[in-house]
Design a protein around this ligand. Structure first.
Ligand code: MN
Length: 204
C-alpha cells in the first residue's frame, strides 16, 4: 500500500502565491484521492506494491489491462503531485549559480529563454495537464507538456520539476487567468531542490 507523503509545510504557508484553500483541496482531496485509487487498483496485481510508483509507471504495459488506465492516471497523479510538493517553496527563491543553471543556459541559451518557453508551453496546453522540465532519454534537458496525469516516467524520461495546469490547481484563486497563476507559482519554485533532483536523476 502507498501512503500520502506529508506536505513539508502547512496549507497556509504557501500563501499569497497559492491560497490555503487551494493547497488543502489539492492535497487532501485530489492528491490523497489519487493515492487511494492507485491502492485500490493495485489490489488486482499486488506484486506491484513492492515497486516505487515511478517504476510501476515505467512498466505500465505489465499492469493487467483492466486496471492499466486507472494505474496510469492515478499513479501519475501520485508521483506528479509528490514532485510538486517537494519542489514548492514557501518563499520567493531565485537561482544564482550551479550546475542546473549552467546546463539550462547551455540548453536554452539563457535562463530568460527557458522561463519564456516554459510559460508559453504552460499557457498553450489545452485542457488539463502538466508542463515539465525533463531529462530525456538522451540525457538532454527539455520542456514538455503531458495531458491529464500522464507522467514523463511513462516514457522513461525523468521529471525534474513540473507545473500543474489543471484548473483545480488555480481556479479558486486565479479564476480563468492561468497566466497569473503561472507568474506566481514560478516565484516559489524551490530551485535548490530542483537542482538536487536534477543532479540525482537516474533512469527508473
Ligand atoms: Mn493537481
Amino acid at each position: 500500500m502507498f501512503s500520502p507523503k506529508p506536505l513539508k509545510n502547512s496549507y497556509s504557508d504557501y500563501s499569497p502565491w497559492i491560497s490555503a484553500e487551494i493547497m488543502e483541496l489539492h492535497y487532501a482531496k485530489h492528491y490523497c484521492g489519487y493515492v487511494n485509487n492507485l491502492n485500490n487498483a493495485l489490489e488486482k496485481c499486488p506484486e506491484f506494491f513492492k515497486l516505487s510508483v515511478p517504476s510501476i509507471l515505467a512498466r505500465i504495459n505489465e499492469i493487467p489491462q483492466d486496471v492499466r488506465e486507472i494505474v496510469r492516471n492515478n499513479g501519475g497523479g501520485v508521483v506528479n503531485h509528490e514532485i510538486l510538493w517537494e519542489t514548492l517553496s514557501t518563499r520567493v527563491t531565485k537561482i544564482h549559480e550551479g550546475k542546473l543553471l549552467e546546463d539550462i543556459e547551455h540548453s536554452f541559451g539563457t535562463w530568460e529563454n527557458f522561463e519564456n518557453l516554459f510559460q508559453k508551453t504552460a499557457l498553450s496546453l489545452f485542457g488539463s495537464g502538466w508542463v515539465w522540465l525533463v531529462l530525456g532519454n538522451k540525457k538532454e534537458l527539455k520542456i514538455c507538456a503531458t495531458p491529464n496525469q500522464d507522467s514523463p516516467f511513462l516514457n522513461g524520461e525523468f521529471p525534474i520539476f513540473g507545473i500543474d495546469v489543471w484548473e483545480h490547481a488555480y481556479y479558486l484563486q486565479y479564476k480563468n487567468v492561468r497566466a497569473n497563476y503561472f507568474k506566481e507559482i514560478w516565484k516559489v519554485i524551490d530551485w535548490e531542490v530542483v537542482e538536487k533532483r536534477y543532479l540525482s536523476s537516474k533512469p527508473t
